[in-house]
Structures are given as C-alpha cells and as structure tokens.
Ligand binder design. Structure first.
Ligand code: SF4
Length: 301
C-alpha cells in the first residue's frame, strides 16, 4: 500500500467517511474503497450508509444519484470534470418531445443521465435491473432513454412490450465492432466472449454472454473456463486479473477505456477527503423529483 493510500484510509476514519468506487476506476482507487460496485450497487450502498460523508469515485451522474438519495449528507466527487458522454447526449426537451409523441408510454431512464433529465422520467434503471424493471411496469409501451443499445437489448428480453428509443449511446462501448469479436476469438480460442449491453447489437449477437459489470464478474467467477474476452471497460479486466485467482481476462477492444472514469486519480481522492471537495449541490425541487425515479428503481429489486 502506498503512502497516499494509507493517508486516505486514515482520513476516512478521522472524517467518518465512506469511499465508494465504480468498477471502472483504477485499481489503486478500488483498493482504498469501502465498496466497489456497478451503478446499481453503489446507489443501494449510498442509500443505506450511515456515514455523513460519501466520496463517490466515478462520474458526475453517480455522485448526483448518491446526493439525491441522501440529501442531508455531504457527497463528494473527487474529479469535478468527470462527466459521462452518454448522459450529456439528452436534454429535458428531448424527453418532453418523446412524451408528446408517445403519451401512453412510461419513461424509463438509464441512471447514466443527469439529475435534471431524471426529473422528466417515471423510473430509473441500471444495466443490471433494466429487464426486471421493464417487466414490472404496468404500461405496455416504454420510452427508453438515453441508451439505444441497452434499450434494444431490454426490448429483446421483453418482447411483450412496445419500446421507443432515444438516439444516445456510450461512445466507449458502441464503437466496438463484431470484427473485433472475430479477431479476439481467433487469438484466444478457448475464451468465451462476455460483453456489456451498452455494446451495439452486432457485438451482442456475436457474444456468449451479455451482462452488467457485476454480472460479468460473477460469470467469470462461476465459469469452468480459465480465459475470457471481456467487452466492457478495462477496469473490469484489471479487477478480474488481480482479484480472481486462476482466471485470465483479455480486453475485447483497445477502445474500451473511459476517459471520464479515468479522470479520477488517487491524489484526487486524497484531496476530496482533505478539503471536502467537490461538494455536490442540487436544488431541492430537482432532488425531490429525481428521487422518486431512483427510489422506484431500488424498490423493484
Ligand atoms: S463508460 Fe460510457 S456510459 Fe460509462 S461513464 Fe464512460 S461514457 Fe458514460
């Protein structure tokens, strides 16, 4: 453990803070976190923690969700410029337009969205909960925003409902091609291809397993196979290679590194705890409306 990591661990105790890290964070940050998980797991931990300070090592929408679920707590985002390219692709006016076009449809919003966008929606979902949530809705029509790839994946699993999509996507996952799957299979002949539903349909169709980051890690843990081709962010590959003995993960594509997730450095986590910054601030009305969508999501699971 480095001196900076030791300082962070001491500061967590001194300030009574909890550090939450997404799987896409670098391993030095994952090592000092109290909990590492995907968006849904982090939201649930943030909702249940008793600690007054939450340091969210991830991107802005995750810190916003933690704040919305804990309005009385101090939520810190260590890298204030860590946004999400997908979340920024949609605006409230886009949602209003879709609602006008499809008035009978429920609006289901991937958590990878801004707090403001969430206020125009009926329920949130994560990649791990999206299918279950779509099935749980009483409406037969669903507007799915902002990720057209996750949306089409959910629609395939829930054929009894009619879906309308927005054009958003994750540039990191969407750029991976089916040709890269073919190339990886030729290189690692015995390794199954395991991809995230944010990948495009051609890649999903070429894969052996599709799942959220948590589901991908569980798949690797429980599989009899020793090698895996992983179609999600490189942080997941690093975690598997470091923490799951006897298993070897290979990255499906060199494109799979999220610049925004990598903006948080270990020194930023130290700074966040030392100086209590950046504090996430949202207006009460936005939080109250967005909280309904997040609490509905958590209650389905
Ligand atoms: S990997 Fe994609 S969806 Fe996730 S934070 Fe980065 S840009 Fe956003």
């Amino acid at each position: 453990m480095t001196d900076i990591q030791k300082k962070i661990i001491k500061l967590k105790e001194d300030k009574n803070a909890i550090v939450l890290a997404h799987y896409y964070q670098t391993m030095d940050i994952q090592e000092v976190a109290d909990f590492v998980g995907d968006s849904f797991e982090l939201a649930k931990i943030a909702q249940n923690t008793e600690k007054p300070i939450i340091v969210l090592c991830g991107v802005r929408f995750m810190a916003e969700s933690a704040k919305i679920l804990n309005p009385e707590k101090t939520v810190l985002l260590p890298a204030s410029n860590a946004g999400c390219l997908m979340a920024d692709m949609i605006t409230p006016s886009d949602v209003i337009k879709l609602k006008k076009e499809h008035p009978k449809a429920a609006v289901m919003c991937y958590v990878n969205s801004t707090a403001e966008t969430k206020t125009y929606c009926d329920i949130c979902c994560t990649s791990s909960s999206a299918v279950k949530i779509a099935k749980s809705l009483k409406e037969e029509e669903i507007i799915f925003i902002p990720d057209r790839n996750l949306g089409s994946y959910v629609a395939e699993q829930v054929p009894e409902k009619k879906f309308y999509f927005y054009r958003g996507f994750c540039p990191i996952h969407n750029i991976v091609s089916a040709d890269e799957v073919v190339e990886a299979r030729q290189k690692y002949v015995d390794a199954p291809v395991v991809v995230h539903p944010e990948c495009n349909k051609a890649v999903r169709d070429a894969a052996d397993f599709i799942g959220s980051t948590s589901a991908i890690i569980k798949y690797v843990e429980n599989s009899d196979k020793k090698e895996f081709i992983i179609g999600t962010e490189i942080g997941v590959v690093e975690r598997i290679n470091q923490l799951i003995p006897g298993k070897k993960a290979y990255l499906l594509s060199n494109h799979l590194s999220c610049i925004n997730m990598k903006k948080t450095k270990i020194t930023d986590v130290l700074n966040a705890l030392e100086n209590l910054e950046e504090v996430i601030e949202l207006d009460k009305d936005t939080m109250d409306k967005a909280r309904i969508t997040l609490e509905r999501m958590v209650s389905v699971n």
